[in-house]
Design a protein around this ligand. Structure first.
Ligand code: FES
Length: 200
């Protein structure tokens, strides 16, 4: 996906029905028929479907979709970006940037109670999309142990549910609960919290 396409996806909230409805109205398209047709197409494309329970995770920067294990992440190091993958069909869900997640491996003893329940062997997963204006949260401030978005410096506490600790972001990052299956990082539940930018 190109950066322009990526930006557009994040700016409209991806599959968000309100954003889609606005888009159709703005284009002068009939509301009901157009909206239903658009939703139907999106939901039939597994690469655009949101992460599901049982999905595996693969590196976003590798053409080789090998399922990730906790030992693939260095404890306390910079987060890596990943896509969910349907384990049966081997479909990588990279058709929407709103599916991109960041993975971070932390000391399990330092995690808050809710975060610990969503972690697997100390690995936590959050939406990679900053809720402020949709940049990717690619920075890690190791001395403060916080995730940072480089666009306007919003910071998130990965040990505390990725709540906002600094910057203009209106809310924390959506969490993706994990578990282990045969030693592989596996999605335990769909996103908890809203993915994408703030809608007006
Ligand atoms: S887009 Fe992340 S802080 Fe503005």
């Amino acid at each position: 996906m190109s950066s322009d396409e990526s930006r557009k996806d994040g700016a409209t909230g991806g599959d968000d029905p309100v954003a889609l409805r606005r888009a159709f109205l703005g284009a002068g398209v009939g509301v009901s028929v157009g909206l239903l047709a658009g939703r139907g197409w999106t939901q039939s494309d597994p690469a655009r479907e949101r992460p599901k329970e049982g999905d595996l995770l693969v590196r976003a920067d590798s053409p080789n979709p090998v399922p990730l294990k906790p030992d693939d992440l260095e404890p306390g190091a910079l987060q890596i970006m990943a896509w969910p993958m349907d384990p049966a069909a081997k479909v990588v869900r990279d058709g929407s940037r709103l599916n991109k997640v960041l993975l971070l491996r932390l000391d399990p003893a330092t995690l808050g109670e809710t975060t610990a329940a969503r972690a697997a062997a100390g690995v936590v997963a959050y939406s990679a999309i900053c809720p402020h204006t949709g940049c990717e949260v690619v920075s890690w401030v190791s001395e403060r142990q916080v995730l940072e978005c480089p666009c306007h410096n919003s910071q998130y506490d990965p040990k505390g549910g990725a709540r906002v600790v600094a910057g203009p972001s209106p809310r924390g990052l959506a969490a993706l609960p994990l578990r282990l299956t045969d030693g592989q990082l596996t999605v335990a539940h769909s996103f908890v919290g809203r993915v994408g930018i703030q809608q007006l």
